[in-house]
Design a protein around this ligand. Structure first.
Ligand SMILES: CC(C)(COP(=O)(O)OP(=O)(O)OC[C@H]1O[C@@H](n2cnc3c(N)ncnc32)[C@H](O)[C@@H]1OP(=O)(O)O)[C@@H](O)C(=O)NCCC(=O)NCCS
Length: 174
């Protein structure tokens, strides 16, 4: 698996990833307009995403099949706040066919390295719904610490869902 920042040329592969995994991801994602995952929509989003990456406002990693270029999983760093906070949110998803094989963990590890390295951030926040046991296990194994429970935190699949808040702090920051 190749792990790298996403580029303009990944629009078709990302569109395919989300369309193929629609049923798998639906319970954990906001409701989207019908054309949200079209190649055209991804092309437009990637244009902005690449600019964000150049200007340090976000970073979007993908794990790709080394031969076919198929997207295996994605991990994003967004909502970067500087000043006294130096923090971001991390979001992630892996294709159903690749779940439970340590692939997601490898992609997240690369994003974490980038957040604490290139982006010099101090804190990464990641939140999950209490019933998302796979997400809980993944964050635990990456070293994220539970910080609390936020009631009716995000509008997921059409409902305001409670979320467990966790974070990982860069121990080398002073
Ligand atoms: C949440 C989600 C990303 C977790 O993905 P995942 O594939 O289970 O994550 P991992 O890659 O770490 O695999 C987890 C477990 O797989 C097993 N695993 C790890 N490496 C493995 C390997 N080489 N071979 C076989 N199994 C392995 C382990 O049990 C591992 O946990 P551990 O490292 O603590 O032992 C995935 O279920 C998903 O995409 N869900 C839908 C979207 C979603 O919920 N996103 C998050 C919203 S908060």
């Amino acid at each position: 698996m190749e792990i790298r920042l996403i580029r303009q040329q990944d629009a078709a592969a990302l569109s395919r990833f989300y369309i193929d995994n629609a049923e798998h991801l639906q319970p954990w994602e906001p409701l989207r307009a019908a054309d949200y995952h079209s190649v055209a929509a991804w092309t437009a989003r990637l244009r902005e995403g690449e600019q964000d990456q150049v200007e340090g406002r976000g970073a979007y990693f993908a794990g790709l099949h080394a031969d076919t270029g198929e997207i295996i999983g994605v991990c994003s760093l967004s909502n970067i706040v500087r000043g006294a906070f130096q923090a971001c949110h991390m979001g992630y998803a892996v294709g159903l066919a690749h779940q439970g094989q340590g692939r997601m963990k490898a992609i997240c590890r690369r994003a974490i390295q980038y957040a604490f390295g290139e982006l010099a951030l101090h804190r990464i926040m990641a939140n999950y719904m209490p019933r998302n046991e796979r997400s809980a296990q993944l964050l635990r194994s990456l070293g994220f610490a539970r910080e609390g429970l936020a009631k009716r935190y995000l509008l997921i699949n059409g409902r305001w869902e409670d979320h467990i808040l966790t974070s990982l702090v860069n121990a080398e920051c002073h």
